[in-house]
Design a protein around this ligand. Structure first.
Ligand SMILES: Nc1nc2c(ncn2[C@@H]2O[C@H](COP(=O)(O)OP(=O)(O)OP(=O)(O)O)[C@@H](O)[C@H]2O)c(=O)[nH]1
Length: 406
């Protein structure tokens, strides 16, 4: 193995701020980028990793998924385990870690900066591996949604730290503030959604909160890879002197799972039968407010060849064609796919093939049972399924994901 330290970039940012978009952008911009990627998602199903995988990854890239927990707490040992395994297996130039929207950035950074400590000994993972031997924390990046900063502060009043605290309560992660305060690069994403003349003000707010970071504006995560990879910006001494970092050192890692601490829960909805297009459209235009984020895909009969994706971030709900169902391809192609991914064949439905619905909901104190009930009511009845399926209207168009409702 190479003794050289691999620079690590840790991406943080609130739910839906655009971390995955930025990650994909960076992976696709630079040809032959020799990077390994760790994606951490809160839900049981790692939709983020699926979304990252959908974009073309070259053989040079490897994506590790860590699901159902957050890498700053419960999955911290797993993170160490995986990056240890990676370093043993092969050489690569960069390690990119996308933490879940609710991860506290400090413990994640500490994992790389300090390696094991008294609480996380190699014995915990049965591995004699200290990440700081092979990795060097290089850049901590926080992606913020410029639009939500704008929406919260557009009253014209002076912008204070309290405003941001208030915003982070709403967001609903008190973590947002930590994420802004603790980073080397602050990506102000979704600039396209903010009036041009407001951008400077938003940047001022962010700079007040985080004078040390380099602020980079972006639209759809379009950031030059050089801004976040191997920048050498992480400064252990300086980071250590920041209040949050000290606090974390003193507290140790016995904090609750960040998810529970902030009342954030998630659940997955799965269904084999299609949704009635009209009813699911209605559901999507009226998703309960405490659902902060919804992601995934569903099937409606009127769009037989394509899976409909949904993406809710803040008040915006987008839905529309996402990717083709395998079942719509020629049999020969399907067989080829089965050879490569036998698990897909295992789940194949005799009539519908791979068509199915998988939706992840993340929210603050969400009522999973009632959402499930509402979705169940969107599923087509036996009677409806007997009709000619092509006769159903597709309300989501054929042009990618577009805004639903209001
Ligand atoms: N208008 C606009 N939309 C954006 C921009 N960046 C990302 N989006 C959209 O915002 C939504 C959320 O983006 P993601 O990249 O999935 O966000 P994320 O931070 O990875 O989300 P989580 O993993 O759930 O925390 C998607 O629908 C993106 O297409 C942007 O700059 N402008």
């Amino acid at each position: 193995m190479n003794a050289k330290d691999i620079p690590v970039t840790v991406l943080s940012g609130s739910l839906g701020a655009g971390k995955t978009t930025l990650l994909n952008n960076v992976l696709n911009t630079e040809e032959n980028l020799d990077a390994a990627v760790v994606v951490n998602d809160m839900g049981e199903v790692n939709i983020d990793a699926e979304l990252v995988e959908e974009t073309e990854t070259t053989d040079d890239e490897e994506i590790i998924e860590l699901s159902n927990g957050c890498i700053c707490c419960r999955l911290r040992g797993d993170l160490l385990d995986e990056v240890g395994r990676l370093a043993e297996e092969r050489d690569f130039e960069y390690l990119l870690v996308e933490s879940s929207g609710i991860s506290e950035p400090i413990p994640v950074a500490q994992t790389f900066a300090l390696g094991y400590d008294a609480d996380f000994t190699p014995e915990d993972t049965g591995r004699d591996f200290d990440p700081s031997e092979f990795y060097e924390l290089d850049t901590t990046v926080t992606v913020v949604n410029a639009h939500s900063v704008y929406e919260n502060f557009s009253s014209g009043a002076a912008l204070t730290d309290e405003d941001v605290e208030a915003e982070s309560d709403r967001m609903p992660e008190g973590v947002v503030m930590d994420q802004i305060e603790f980073c080397d690069v602050l990506v102000m994403n979704k600039c396209d959604l903010v009036p041009e003349e407001e951008l400077d003000e938003i940047e001022d707010v962010l700079r007040t909160l985080q004078p040390r970071a380099k602020i980079v504006r972006s639209e759809h995560g379009g950031v030059d890879p050089g801004e976040i990879l191997d920048t050498g910006r992480f400064d252990f001494e300086e980071a250590q002197s920041s209040a949050g970092w000290m606090h974390e050192l003193e507290e140790g890692h016995h904090h609750e799972d960040a998810a529970e601490e902030h009342g954030v829960t998630s659940f997955v909805y799965r269904e084999r039968r299609p949704f009635h297009p009209g009813r699911i459209e209605e559901f999507l235009s009226d998703i309960p407010e405490n659902v902060i984020r919804a992601k995934g895909y569903f099937w409606i009969p009127s769009a037989d060849a394509v899976a409909m994706g949904i993406d809710k971030a803040g008040t915006s709900v987008r839905a529309g064609p996402n990717s083709r169902w395998l079942a719509s391809l020629p049999q020969r192609e399907i067989e080829k796919y089965f050879e490569k991914y036998p698990e897909v064949e295992d789940e194949w439905h005799p009539e519908w093939g791979d068509r199915n619905t998988k939706l992840v909901f993340i929210g603050r104190e969400i009522d999973a049972a009632s959402i499930e009930e509402e979705l169940d009511a969107c599923v087509m009845t036996d009677e409806e399924l007997e009709r000619d399926l092509d006769s159903y209207r597709n309300p989501f168009g054929s042009d990618g994901q577009t805004e639903v409702g209001n």
